[in-house]
Design a protein. Structure first.
Length: 319
């Protein structure tokens, strides 16, 4: 069903009356051909657009709150600043779409194709993106707090400065993704593929990395305090899991050039500073002796791995 511009104007007018409880008719554009249509700032709240063709459509600033967009083709559409809160985009095609600064809070994007889409600055809080394809997508500065990305494909995606706090990324594929300075506090990355992923400066405090593959990942400057690395693959990731003290403190070592950074609980020191701290605060105690044994172990493993530890710079990150 092809819709003309006049048809669109009439449908929007009827839909407006319906939304305002003044009669009218809910917009039903199921399966409609709206390719290239101009729907800038259109109010399609709760409209039915399931299976519609909206390729290359202009939807800048459009209101699609709670709209039904199941299986809709939005490839290369412009949705900049659009409101898609609570919208159903299950299995929708959004490859190459522009979703810059779009509000997708609570949206259902299960199985959606967002390959190469621009989601810079988008709000995806609590959205459902399970099994979604986000290969090469731009998610710079996006808010993904509490989002479900289980089994999602984020290969080569750009997540620089993104907020992924408490996000579910179990079994997700993040190979080659850029997560520089991303917030991943409390994030579940169990069994995730992080091969070659850039996690430089990322905050992984209390993250679950059980069984994750971190082969060749870049974790320089990352915060892994309290992270669970059980059975994680750390080959060439520049990380040594130093073990756990009898009081439950886990020790993680991260390679920083020719230096070793030690993270344990809220403590974040270069090796020399770490030794000084625990000698001062725990010297002569069982916990102190355990700590020195762990640090000795880390240094031996670092030597075996050829980290080539040299004199360390002044430490200003003693959290």
């Amino acid at each position: 069903m092809t819709i003309t511009n006049m048809d669109i104007l009439g449908i929007l007018a009827d839909h407006k009356e319906w939304l305002e409880n003044n009669g009218g008719t809910r917009a039903n554009l199921r399966g409609a051909n709206l390719a290239g249509a101009n729907l800038t700032n259109a109010n399609l709240t709760d409209a039915n657009l399931a299976g519609a063709n909206l390729t290359n459509a202009a939807l800048t600033g459009a209101n699609l709150t709670d709209a039904n967009l199941t299986g809709t083709d939005l490839a290369d559409a412009n949705l900049t600043d659009a409101n898609l809160r609570g919208a159903n985009l299950t299995n929708a095609a959004l490859a190459g779409a522009n979703l810059t600064d779009t509000d997708l809070t609570d949206a259902n994007l299960r199985g959606a194709n967002l390959a190469g889409a621009n989601l810079a600055g988008a709000n995806l809080t609590n959205a459902n993106l399970t099994n979604a394809a986000l290969t090469g997508a731009n998610l710079t500065d996006a808010n993904l707090a509490g989002t479900d990305l289980a089994d999602a494909n984020l290969t080569d995606a750009n997540l620089t400065d993104a907020n992924l706090t408490d996000t579910d990324l179990t079994d997700a594929n993040l190979a080659g993704a850029n997560l520089t300075n991303a917030a991943l506090t409390g994030t579940d990355l169990a069994d995730a593929n992080l091969t070659g992923t850039n996690l430089r400066g990322a905050n992984l405090t209390n993250a679950n990395l059980t069984g994750a593959n971190l082969t060749d990942a870049n974790l320089r400057g990352a915060n892994l305090a309290g992270a669970n690395l059980t059975n994680a693959n750390l080959v060439r990731a520049g990380i040594i899991h130093g073990g756990m003290r009898s009081d439950g403190y886990s020790f993680i070592a991260i390679r920083e050039g020719y230096a070793i950074r030690i993270q344990a609980g809220c403590r974040n020191f270069l090796m020399d500073t770490a030794r000084e701290h625990w000698i001062t605060t725990r010297g002569g105690t069982q916990i102190g002796n355990e700590t020195m044994a762990i640090l000795d172990h880390i240094e031996r493993i670092a030597g075996i791995l050829g980290w080539g530890i040299a004199a360390q710079p002044e430490d200003n990150a003693n959290g």
